[in-house]
Ligand binder design. Structure first.
Ligand code: LRH
Ligand code: MN
Ligand code: MN
Length: 424
């Protein structure tokens, strides 16, 4: 166990006096502090198994050392994050990057760390060794039925693996599309994809959900067969009530109004889940909140308002996950930063004076409406997030703890310097 409870306790004790002062000040202006703290404690964000190693770009990969080389070590890493922030209580697997060879023991190991298995992800965007058909020209959309069949069977296999792990959702992200005008018949590609998705959908257990993730471009650069929320919503609506749209924040064209997309998907009961990250140019997969934290807050504002309007449970009714990957930061430090950024945006959204905002909107008082939102956004909610973490048994300052206790150095000692984790 790399994170020893008594050490966390010791570090917390040293920082408590300062924290109490800051917390009391922050809490003094909030109406329902206990309610906010409880919501913050309940809110868990899944960690993707492919984010635990140094990410690659197509130009190079630089190992940071001590990377997990198998699923067991990946679970240990997520357990470590969860021990520090008490907010990373789930792991999401990408199959076959991670194959649980013995589901029972993997499940037990995860449970030891207080983790459950979030959505399982299929992969039909790469050819695997020994695979019969190639995905070079797509998978579920392919002109050749044999390719579609292979991709459908892979997804069904992923569902089976997920069932054994206790997961209850499948995320389908397709690289399908075309890179040059004329290459594809858009309608045929859509129809083939829909028919294929229908077969996968039919294999879903009753309590499962299917998330259809869209992406504007890359790896195809002319058209994507699930290219935006409209297309995803079309598939999800045609498939049925277990199918939903998944929003990955990096999968839009520049300046898209993601908060409006979120609001309307929620209204339609078709928002399934999130892949959190941040970006400046495209699917950059940068640390959540590192580029545009105000947008993240506006998204959470829509989530809180929209979910409350429907009586939804913030913590459990949508799938929350990080989808980020870097080639320069220590991924564990990066994930701690991402989880913190999500918690901060969520806390700020919980502080919005919704009644006053509704009234300002009725009166078309644009200035007041903006003031109300920014009043919440400019609150320093970090002491609230820290208090929630403290109450849940985590570290007051996870990142500082990680550095002071030289966790990466211990991982390098254990696992070696030249390590490569499977993933992007
Ligand atoms: C595609 C994507 C999708 C994949 C992951 C590795 O860009 O966001 O979610 O599964 O990256
Ligand atoms: Mn994604
Ligand atoms: Mn992506």
């Amino acid at each position: 166990m790399l994170i020893e409870k008594y050490k966390v306790q010791e570090a917390n004790d040293g920082a408590t006096a300062e924290h109490k002062r800051r917390f009391e000040f922050a809490a003094s202006t909030i109406n329902n502090v206990e309610g906010v703290l409880q919501k913050l404690q309940d809110f868990q964000i899944a960690i993707p198994s492919w984010a635990l190693g140094a990410g690659g770009t197509r130009f190079g990969r630089f190992s940071i050392g001590g990377e997990p080389s198998n699923l067991e070590e990946k679970i240990e890493d997520v357990g470590l994050l969860h021990a520090l922030n008490r907010s990373s209580g789930a792991i999401s697997l990408h199959i076959p990057w991670d194959i649980p060879e013995n589901a029972t023991s993997i499940k037990a190991l995860a449970a030891q760390h207080g983790l459950r298995f979030d959505a399982v992800n299929s992969n039909t965007f790469q050819d695997q060794k020994g695979q019969e058909q190639s995905y070079k020209f797509g998978s579920l959309q392919h002109t050749n039925k044999a390719v579609r069949k292979q991709a459908i069977e892979h997804n069904i296999e992923v569902i089976k693996q997920g069932v054994e792990l206790g997961s209850d959702s499948l995320t389908v992200w397709l690289a399908d599309g075309s890179s040059f005008p004329g290459q594809l018949n858009f309608r045929k590609a859509f129809q083939n994809t829909l028919e294929s998705l229908k077969e996968i959908y039919a294999a879903l257990p009753d309590n499962w959900k299917m998330f259809v993730e869209y992406k504007a471009f890359e790896p195809n650069f002319y058209s994507m067969t699930v290219g935006d929320w409209g297309q995803s919503l079309l598939y999800a609506s045609k498939l049925g009530e277990k199918a939903f749209t998944l929003v990955d924040l990096g999968h839009h064209l520049p300046n898209a109004n993601i908060e409006q997309i979120v609001s309307l998907l929620l209204m339609e009961g078709k928002l399934g889940g999130f892949h959190f990250n941040d970006s400046k140019y495209g699917d950059d997969d940068l640390t959540v909140g590192s580029i545009n934290p105000y947008q993240l807050f506006l998204i959470f504002n829509e989530l809180v308002e929209g979910m409350d309007a429907k009586g939804m449970n913030h913590a459990t009714d949508l799938g929350w996950m990080i989808d980020a990957s870097h080639n320069i930061k220590d991924p564990l430090e990066d994930l701690l930063q991402s989880v913190e950024a999500i918690k901060i945006a969520y806390a700020q959204a919980l502080l919005v004076d919704t009644k006053a905002l509704a009234a300002a909107r009725e009166e078309n008082d644009v200035v007041k409406a903006q003031e109300i939102l920014q009043e919440a956004y400019r609150n320093d909610v970090r002491p609230l997030v820290a208090e929630a973490r403290l109450r849940a048994g985590g570290a007051l300052q996870p990142l500082e703890f990680y550095r002071q206790n030289r966790v990466r150095e211990s991982l390098i000692k254990q696992r070696g310097l030249q390590t490569v984790a499977t993933g992007l």
